[in-house]
Design a protein around this ligand. Structure first.
Ligand code: ZN
Length: 54
């Protein structure tokens, strides 16, 4: 799974990822935020982080 999130909701996303699979999620910062179309899954702001757990 991959969750896109803004700085405000990154902790929520991490919690969700840990709940889903009981391993530590990978937190990745999105570079060049202004050039990507991803939005936060919680509030719709531009996403700054990707929380991945695969
Ligand atoms: Zn958000």
């Amino acid at each position: 799974m991959k969750i896109y999130c803004c700085a405000e909701h990154v902790e929520l996303a991490l919690d969700e990822a840990v709940d889903e699979q009981e391993t530590a999620p990978i937190l990745e910062k999105i570079e060049a935020v202004d050039k990507q179309p991803f939005t936060c899954g919680y509030c719709g702001e531009l996403a700054i982080y990707i929380v991945a757990n695969e």
